[in-house]
Design a protein around this ligand. Structure first.
Ligand SMILES: NC(=O)C1=CN([C@@H]2O[C@H](COP(=O)(O)OP(=O)(O)OC[C@H]3O[C@@H](n4cnc5c(N)ncnc54)[C@H](O)[C@@H]3O)[C@@H](O)[C@H]2O)C=CC1
Ligand SMILES: Nc1nc(O)c(N)c(N[C@@H]2O[C@H](COP(=O)(O)O)[C@@H](O)[C@H]2O)n1
Length: 309
């Protein structure tokens, strides 16, 4: 099901033609630069494996912290300008990650629809060459990805890259040869996320979410991807924020949130991690951002910052 929260297609003019390609002005892009992976990290490079990719946590939210009207309801929150901003972010990261809940609910494209700047100079409308690698966290291989999935169709059309679907060893056993072949035929693959040695906390994390973040980020790096934007959905974002809240692990490098001027009401998919409790049993200091900047884009505002540690 798809739902658009009115008003959405208000300010117009970032999509300028029927090809659906978006324009994000260089002046707005410049303002985001301090919050993006260093430009030396080439979005399409296959760099040597290291410890962790650059991680940007980015999503669009309502004023009541909802990502969507309800689980399974694709909800448009971003206006045209902030949508173009998100697609610009996609051109600046090697990978884009969502949880399987989002893949099933939204059937997302996860490509970059920004106009190529080199084409623009010559008056040619062509798609940006930097396409992020879509990653879907699907521990038990429940996403029935197929030829009709938007991400597969876009990869076939060479308008995006084939998805990497992260599964556990047990999940991998459930993947049929047919499905594996289909994903591989568009340049994607199923990737087994091997678990590192378990601490008690990690075993708990794996039990509740399917994956330990450290393992996921290590695997992304091992795949030669040096930056990733994590888009959602609610469970993915909340589990990441819970770890940031607990301290000790510094996973998120940058946070970029689009805030849309609407309340979705009760029943939405919320960004709302559980309150942290300190060793003394009292509420621990909440997660907060530092180096914050606010960027109005159309009727939305985009908040950028880094997690205060
Ligand atoms: N407004 C926005 O920017 C966005 C909105 N959404 C919305 O979010 C909703 C989907 O959110 P959810 O149902 O919460 O699903 P989700 O997309 O967060 O996926 C959750 C699943 O991911 C898997 N997973 C693996 N490792 C995990 C980990 N470490 N932490 C958490 N999950 C892990 C688990 O199987 C879990 O069930 C949809 O309605 C979608 O439209 C999704 C992305 C962005
Ligand atoms: N930035 C942003 N604004 C919204 O209003 C949204 N609903 C989302 N959702 C995310 O974008 C994915 C869909 O986009 P494509 O089909 O890939 O163009 C969706 O799955 C969410 O991850 N984001």
């Amino acid at each position: 099901m798809t739902s658009t929260v009115p008003p959405t297609d208000h300010q117009g003019s970032t999509t300028t033609a029927s090809d659906g390609l978006l324009h994000f002005p260089p002046s707005s892009a410049l303002a985001l630069e301090p919050h993006l992976p260093p430009p030396t990290l080439n979005p399409n490079s296959s760099s040597k494996p290291g410890s962790k990719p650059f991680v940007t946590l980015t999503f669009a939210t309502s004023l009541d912290s909802s990502l969507s009207l309800a689980p399974g309801v694709r909800t448009t929150l971003s206006g045209p300008q902030s949508k173009a901003m998100t697609h610009y972010l996609r051109s600046r990261h090697s990978a884009i990650l969502v949880g399987v809940g989002t893949a099933v609910a939204d059937d997302p494209g996860l490509n970059c629809k920004i106009l190529s700047p080199s084409g623009l100079g010559k008056g040619v409308r062509e798609q940006h060459p930097n396409q992020p690698r879509p990653i879907v966290l699907d521990p038990s291989a429940r996403w029935k990805v197929n030829e009709r999935s938007k991400v597969v169709q876009l990869a076939r059309l060479k308008q995006g890259l084939g998805p990497y679907i992260f599964v556990t060893r047990e999940g991998m056993e459930k993947v049929t040869a047919e499905r594996r072949k289909m994903v591989e035929s568009v340049g994607g693959k199923f990737v087994c996320v091997e678990s590192s040695l378990d601490s008690k906390g990690e075993a708990e994390e794996r039990k509740t979410t399917g994956f330990v973040w450290e393992d996921v980020l290590r695997t992304i790096r091992e795949e030669g991807l040096d930056s990733v934007m994590i888009e959602g959905g609610g469970s993915v974002i909340n589990s990441l924020l819970t770890l940031e809240q607990a301290g000790g692990q510094e996973l998120v490098d940058s946070v970029i949130v689009t805030i849309a001027p609407t309340w979705l009401g009760a029943g939405g998919v919320l960004v709302c991690p559980p309150r942290a409790i300190g060793k003394d049993g009292q509420p621990a200091p909440p997660v907060r951002l530092r180096d914050v900047s606010w960027h109005p884009l159309g009727e939305d505002v985009v908040l950028c910052g880094k997690i205060l540690r």
